[in-house]
Design a protein around this ligand. Structure first.
Ligand code: PLP
Length: 360
């Protein structure tokens, strides 16, 4: 089976098999990771290795904390303004899709955000030219969603934050660890694990240390970065098994040669699929501007939209699953995260050509 779901999504087979082999008895302890104390030395070794492997993968500078949290990226939509802003602080948002829009709407409760650019009038198919952005120098930070999972729009480069503190904040949920990132350009990066790096239930926050410790008074203890940083993500019971799974994925990504190699594979898969769409003479169409097409989520429509249901059904029969576009936009969406092998994209492209030959 090739699973093209947007998340929870495909994970590397070797990682799942390794987890299976350790499920009942982790390294001779006679216990599953699910059964261990989160304060015991076994789990401590798991979470510490997960963090150090992630630091190695993304080359995370030492003045950044790595937090393993819960509540999904959605919880961070509130936690970020609660930790970084006073209620009266302005924040700039560049909204390039539904997720950026949701982050903006949640932050309205905790600061004074302002959308300085929105792709909505053009149905979220573009990224703005950075020179045209009218940033507020008094904004606390500039927020972007690095990859819009539903609309398939991905930043290939990042705007320079023109606020006084020079802070850029990014939701990287759906392209986390899919390519190298210069972490030092960001004040904070956050990501739900369930696309590229693990099961749902783990949320990773990478935050510059000097930004921690000024949370608003109303901040729930579970959303206060200082509490989690001071306790090495062990203030309360963390999602132990999920963190273990993320650790196995980080180890696997390092074994593949790190994110430079991972990006090469992702570029090859993306090119193959977008070429197939563009060469179909309009039978398939991707609305996203070419230069900002996501390497992770590839949305497309069929010229004969009445055939989309048939396309998805036939693909499923051929063991290519979860190709339905998000309910808000319809069409087809192929998510081709790190763990999707080239063979999966080759099979999809062959199916698309065959489908077109039969219905074109
Ligand atoms: N941000 C992006 C880019 C997403 O794709 C998602 C979920 O798909 C979210 C945020 C919300 O994440 P969660 O469901 O972990 O709260």
């Amino acid at each position: 089976v090739f699973n093209f779901a947007a998340g929870p999504a495909i994970l590397p087979e070797n990682v799942l098999l390794k987890a299976q082999s350790e499920l009942y008895n982790w390294r001779g302890t006679g216990m599953s990771v699910m059964e261990m104390s989160h304060r015991g030395k076994d789990f401590l070794s798991i979470i510490q290795k997960a963090e150090s492997d992630l630091r190695a993968l993304l080359n995370i500078p030492s003045d950044y904390d790595v937090l393993f949290l819960q509540g999904g990226a959605t919880t961070q939509f509130a936690a970020i303004p609660l930790n970084l802003c006073t209620p009266n602080d302005a924040v700039d948002f560049v909204v390039t899709g539904s997720w950026g829009d949701k982050a903006f709407k949640e932050s309205v409760k905790y600061c004074k955000p302002n959308v300085i650019w929105s792709g909505k009038p053009e149905k979220y198919t573009k990224i703005p030219s950075f020179d045209d952005l009218e940033q507020n120098p008094d904004a606390k930070y500039l927020h972007i969603c690095a990859n819009e999972t539903i609309h398939g729009v991905e930043f290939k480069d990042y705007p320079i934050p023109r606020n006084r503190a020079g802070l850029l904040v990014a939701d990287m949920s759906s392209n986390f660890c899919s390519k190298p990132v210069d972490v030092s350009k960001f004040g904070l990066i956050y990501a739900g694990a369930q696309k590229n790096v693990g099961p749902s239930g783990v949320t990773i926050v990478i935050v510059r240390k000097d930004l921690i410790g000024n949370a608003q008074e109303i901040t729930p203890v579970m959303l206060d970065y200082k509490i989690h940083a001071d306790n090495n993500s062990l203030y309360n019971t963390p999602p132990c098994f999920g963190i273990y799974m993320c650790g196995l994925v980080f180890e696997d990504l390092l074994a593949q040669g790190g994110l430079v190699e991972v990006e090469k594979k992702n570029s090859k898969k993306g090119k193959m699929l977008y070429d197939a769409i563009d060469e179909s003479k309009g039978f398939y169409r991707c609305p996203v501007e070419k230069s900002v097409r996501s390497l992770m989520n590839v949305p497309f429509t069929l010229e004969k939209s009445e055939l989309e249901g048939e396309f998805i059904k036939e693909a499923a029969k051929e063991k290519m699953l979860q190709l339905k576009g998000h309910r808000s936009v319809g069409g087809v969406r192929a998510s081709i995260y790190n763990a999707m092998p080239l063979a999966g994209v080759e099979k999809l492209v062959a199916f698309m050509k065959d489908f077109q030959a039969r219905h074109g």
